[in-house]
Design a binder for this molecule. Structure first.
Ligand SMILES: [Zn+2]
Length: 591
């Protein structure tokens, strides 16, 4: 029996019929009274507290979280499906404000728990079951936490110090405009508008936009560089000198709860595999009929086919790819669709792109797509449904532990996408279509893995160099060397790229954040390679990983499938998948 699938708007009824419904108003009232009751628990929190009482308090907090998530989820989902709707805008803002106020009222639990002595904490955690990891994780920061007056001083000084500096960086760079000539017409563009032309077919225009981008950033290079030096010094002063972390990157590693050795292994393997992408860029140069690719051409379009898949075919391909892996996976995807939680239409005012939002573990997650029929659209559908399946598989955990943590967050999604791509390739004989699909895959892998890994390598070097007194010029020089290592002889790099590092907001806002992209994506490719090698025997272990959600540390979850993320051999497996795709591309005829 075949089901008919139509592109449609999602239904939010499982949350609330509308924001004016009695249900919505009751939920707001109940939340407030639950929080009022919770606040009275403050006095129960002392070292003598019974385990049972403690767990009761935690479950009250869980209920508060569930209710807040539903209200926030409803407001957020409604707004994304209809961003021009003023009622939706107003509700979103109102709920956000409301929840921040309420959250502040429950903060005392968190603070108390982090400061509690270890013996009492161990006693209380012993019977916490599924919540144990969540409780443990909060306390990871205890050894790096200062006394209350010290923390207060840091908070107060941050407002006018670190945070103010970041705001200043944003204020300076957000007002930049870029002048460029497009089709004989002089244009004044924002950075977002400018970078669209990185994918333009005209090589002159591609060069012009990068030159203009770094002309503008370079003009302020000395100031932006100085801000960066200060950010890095602040990071070291606070985290190394005061909080006793042993390296600048270790701060982020602890927040991601991944061992330092695992991140070191990941970055070392990325560095070693730079030649794989260099071969890809050589190939791209040949497709673009030029001797050597320029840095400007990295994202140049090479697509040749305009094959599309109607919505019915797209969904059937995705479900079929999932079915092949495990019928349970396909069933869960079908449940999300049958619950009408997929918004797949292209509509005016609807948010672009795609996402999956798991609001409540007892409900199917909501999936937003803008389905346009390209192979890419189908892959995105597999990706977002993969996220949804991940959440449903982990639904037996608590509201605090069913969401996977950042390093594992792209696991089911990218894996689902790989299953779909393999399914597409296995049934596609047109070399132009095969080539486009593979090019897109390696392009994405470059942007999410290699580029981000070399960013992290830059940060590691920059933090060290600034500690040793490096000038801005020294850092720019090091950045150019970093690019040379990344691209080898495959890509020529204009000197203006010496200013690229001052243009990356992540380096300022959240130092060392970028490696998480590489970590998440390469992890999945490495898992995929294990699947290709091991076949059916790989599946139960993999499903276990997904079922774990965020109930243990990433390393512990992965060890269930006998995966050691601190071993370079594991990460190399991911590059073997990319290498396979590049090899296949190398074997295809060039027109
Ligand atoms: Zn994703």
């Amino acid at each position: 029996m075949t089901t008919n699938y139509k592109q449609q708007r999602w239904s939010l009824n499982a949350l609330f019929p509308s924001h004016e419904s009695p249900e919505f108003k009751t939920a707001m009232k109940e939340l407030e009274s639950e929080i009022g009751a919770f606040e009275k628990r403050r006095d129960d929190l002392d070292v003598e507290i019974e385990e049972g009482d403690f767990l009761e308090i935690v479950s009250e907090l869980e209920e508060i979280t569930v209710r807040s998530n539903r209200l926030y989820g409803y407001a957020g989902l409604w707004f994304t499906e209809d961003t021009q709707n003023q009622d939706a805008q107003a509700l979103q803002a109102r709920i956000e404000q409301y929840l921040v106020e309420l959250q502040n009222k429950t903060l005392f639990f968190n603070i108390w728990w982090k400061k509690l002595d270890q013996t009492t904490a161990d006693r209380l955690m012993a019977g916490a079951g599924d919540l144990k990891y969540w409780l443990e994780e909060m306390r990871h920061f205890t050894p790096h936490t200062l006394s209350e007056p010290e923390e207060k001083v840091i908070n107060i000084k941050n407002v006018t110090g670190f945070s103010a500096l970041i705001t200043l960086y944003d204020s300076i760079t957000n007002r930049y405009t870029f002048k460029v000539e497009v089709d004989g017409e002089e244009k004044d563009l924002t950075r977002g508008e400018l970078m669209v032309y990185a994918r333009h077919h005209d090589p002159k225009l591609r060069a012009a936009i990068y030159q203009e981008l770094y002309r503008v950033y370079g003009d302020d290079g000395p100031i932006l560089g100085q801000i960066y030096q200060t950010v890095v010094r602040d990071w070291a002063n606070e985290n190394i000198d005061l909080r006793n972390y042993h390296s600048p990157i270790a701060v982020r590693n602890l927040r991601n709860d991944v061992p330092d050795q695992a991140v070191d292994a990941l970055l070392a393997v990325c560095e070693k595999n730079a030649p794989t992408f260099q071969r890809f860029f050589d190939l791209k140069a040949r497709w673009l009929k030029t001797d050597q690719l320029r840095r400007y051409d990295i994202y140049a379009p090479v697509a040749q086919s305009d094959k599309t898949y109607d919505f019915q075919t797209g969904i059937e391909m995705v479900l079929d790819a999932f079915q092949n892996f495990d019928p349970r996976i396909a069933d869960l995807a079908e449940k999300i669709i049958a619950d009408e939680h997929v918004d797949s239409e292209v509509r005016k005012g609807k948010r672009g792109g795609a996402f999956c939002w798991s609001v409540d573990k007892s409900l199917s997650p909501w999936v937003l797509l803008n389905y346009q029929g390209t192979a890419d659209s189908v892959a995105t559908m597999a990706h977002e449904l993969g996220h949804g399946i991940h959440a449903l598989l982990a639904a037996d955990h608590s509201a605090f532990t069913y969401h996977s943590s950042l390093p594992l967050a792209e696991n089911a999604s990218t894996f689902g996408e790989m299953l779909l791509i393999d399914r597409l390739l296995s049934q596609e004989s047109d070399p132009a279509v095969r080539r486009d699909i593979l090019f897109k895959q390696v392009d994405d892998a470059y942007a999410t893995i290699m580029r981000q890994a070399f960013f992290a390598l830059f940060e590691r070097d920059a933090h060290q160099m600034i500690d040793e007194g490096a000038t801005i010029n020294d850092i720019s020089q090091m950045y150019l060397e970093n690019l040379t290592k990344q691209f080898g002889d495959a890509v020529s790099i204009g000197d203006e790229f010496r200013w690229e590092w001052v243009s990356i907001p992540h380096f300022y806002h959240t130092p060392f954040y970028v490696y998480a992209y590489a970590f998440g994506q390469l992890l999945v490719l490495s898992l995929y390679q294990r699947y290709q090698k091991e076949g059916d025997s790989f599946k139960p272990g993999y499903i276990k990983i997904l079922e774990s959600g965020g109930s243990q540390s990433p390393a512990d979850i992965l060890s269930k499938a006998e995966i050691d993320i601190s071993s370079q051999a594991f990460w190399q497996g991911g590059f073997d998948v990319i290498d396979g795709m590049v090899k296949e591309l190398e074997g295809l005829p060039i027109e």
